[in-house]
Design a protein around this ligand. Structure first.
Ligand SMILES: Nc1ncnc2c1ncn2[C@@H]1O[C@H](COP(=O)(O)OP(=O)(O)OP(=O)(O)O)[C@@H](O)[C@H]1O
Ligand SMILES: [Mg+2]
Length: 484
């Protein structure tokens, strides 16, 4: 156990951490904060939901010179939602010291951002495309930046973002500290990373498995055409508080959320084709509990911290093990338990083995539930509610009516009717779901840059050439590219 007081952090930041309810440092925080305070370059890898944001955020806040009104630190994140979330956490950590933090992302009015930049924020959290846009317009000046952090570093150094990252780094003084964080860091990507770092230390929190032990992991063998019925039965049996269902493509997500609504669940989808405002509003509704099921492409898989997500369903098996780790990591955060279920068709079974090999954790097999089991599950949920109500012992206004009802009917009939009324019977409303093509048979030894990313990611495919074919773009504007 390590207390934040032992890590050499300033009193103002300690005060903010207390206010945030952080008492002990997590292992990645305990290991990296002292190194980072000594200005060491480092690659930090630790499981999802274990506090990497504060691990890089705390020392950065401590190193900001408050009286200087220029940008001193930049954090680059792969998606807009993540940029906003990280800026909010940094703002909280810096509240004791009153550090200025600004999120800069595509899809938001650029003139508004320019006005905010004029106020002289100390830290910018941004997505690569929009950051570059500002650099090229000279509305962001990185001459005084001493710290660069790549959150979800492996994702950003993978095909698609590398050129942007290199162009941004070219504008930052060479005398800088560069920090990379992620829950996954495949070897070849780490090599690319080391090219623009100085003698980086690799801090890997020792864990037997790459995923969080508190997440129960199951797989369910299904046929493509029965996936949806199996999903709804599982939702009925498991009654998740908040669930995320991951689909492979945008079309899949749209069709799935529509189908779920048809069957009486409150679901909404999120993917890269929706407007920024829509994406933010769907996420907000989900966080507030106004949507029970969030259906998403991998856009929501990286870094998003939504408390209360109890279940993650991989409706389509992810194509690489890293995506699996990040997807299921939306549950089981900050010491909470969670459950992850992955649907796998016979033809895609080889992907299961690859995931298990990478995470060093076996998934347990779960049988697809039957219609009867789904009904039983729903009945049980109602029974639990009835028992809770009995225990609350607040029934005085109902007793007289109950007595009257029991005078005319036998008790079992009365209770059975109440159960029937309250139970959501399995719904078999027909839905339209286009079948997904199965993933290709896995070849061995695929290099990361050869991996085909999800359709969602390849939105601007023309600019995503393999790394070997790219050349540095220098100041070429890339505002056309927007994160997922
Ligand atoms: N020391 C701490 N004590 C209590 N809660 C913490 C602590 N550090 C972080 N948290 C909380 O834990 C949650 C997860 O943190 P965070 O989002 O930084 O995880 P992460 O490691 O970046 O995960 P991912 O790999 O998914 O991005 C957040 O809600 C955060 O506020
Ligand atoms: Mg994170």
């Amino acid at each position: 156990m390590t207390l934040f007081e032992e890590l050499g952090i300033s009193p103002a930041t300690l005060k903010s951490l207390k206010k945030m309810g952080f008492e002990e440092a997590t292992p990645i925080q305990a290991e990296t904060i002292p190194l980072s305070l000594q200005n060491k370059d480092l690659i930090g890898q630790a499981q999802t939901g274990t506090g990497k944001t504060a691990a890089f955020g705390v020392p950065l806040i401590d190193k900001i010179e408050k009286e200087k009104n220029h940008i001193q630190g930049i954090i680059i994140a792969p998606t807009r939602e993540l940029a906003v979330q990280v800026s909010e956490e940094l703002y909280k950590i810096g509240s004791g010291k009153r550090v200025g933090v600004l999120a800069i992302y595509g899809g938001q009015d650029i003139n508004r951002q320019i006005r905010a930049l004029k106020k002289g924020p100390h830290i910018i959290v941004g997505t690569p495309g929009r950051l570059l846009d500002h650099i090229n317009r000279k509305t962001i000046n990185l001459e005084n930046v001493h710290t660069v952090i790549l959150d979800e570093a492996d994702e950003m150094l993978n095909m698609g973002f590398i050129e942007d990252i290199e162009s941004i780094l070219a504008k930052v003084p060479v005398e800088r500290q560069t920090l990379l964080f992620s829950a996954t860091m495949p070897g070849p990507i780490q090599k690319i990373a080391e090219r623009f770092m100085k003698d980086p230390q690799v801090v890997r929190v020792k864990a037997r498995e790459m995923t969080v032990p508190l997440i129960e992991q199951y797989y369910v063998e299904v046929q493509e055409k029965t996936k949806f019925d199996v999903l709804t039965r599982l939702l009925d049996i498991q009654s998740p508080e908040l669930a995320i269902v991951f689909g492979r493509t945008k079309r899949r997500v749209d069709e799935l959320s529509e189908a779920l609504n048809l069957r009486g669940y409150t679901a909404e989808g999120i993917h890269g084709d929706l407007s920024q405002a829509k994406r933010m509003s769907v996420l907000r509704k989900f966080k507030e509990g106004n949507i029970d099921v969030l259906v998403a492409t991998d856009v929501a898989a990286r870094g998003l911290d939504i408390s209360g997500v109890t279940h993650v369903y991989n409706f389509d098996i992810p194509q690489d093990p890293e995506s699996y780790v990040h997807r299921i990591g939306r549950t089981g955060r900050a010491g909470k338990a969670g459950m992850a279920l992955t649907f796998v068709t016979h033809r895609e079974k080889s992907y299961l083995a690859v995931v298990e090999k990478t995470t060093k954790r076996r998934m347990e097999r779960m049988q697809a539930p039957t219609l009867d089991q789904a009904l039983e599950g729903q009945q049980k949920a109602v029974l639990d509610k009835i028992v809770q109500t009995i225990e609350s012992n607040n029934l005085q206004y109902y007793r007289q009516t109950a007595d009257e009802l029991l005078r005319d009917h036998d008790p079992v009939t009365v209770v059975a009717s109440v159960l029937k009324m309250l139970t959501k019977e399995p719904d078999t409303t027909p839905v339209k779901l286009t079948e997904e093509k199965p993933l290709p048979n896995r070849g061995r030894d695929k290099k990361p840059q050869d991996r085909r990313r999800s359709q969602d990611y390849n939105r601007n495919k023309s600019s995503h050439k393999p790394r070997t074919a790219t050349k540095r773009t220098g100041g070429k504007p890339s505002s056309s590219r927007s994160p997922r």
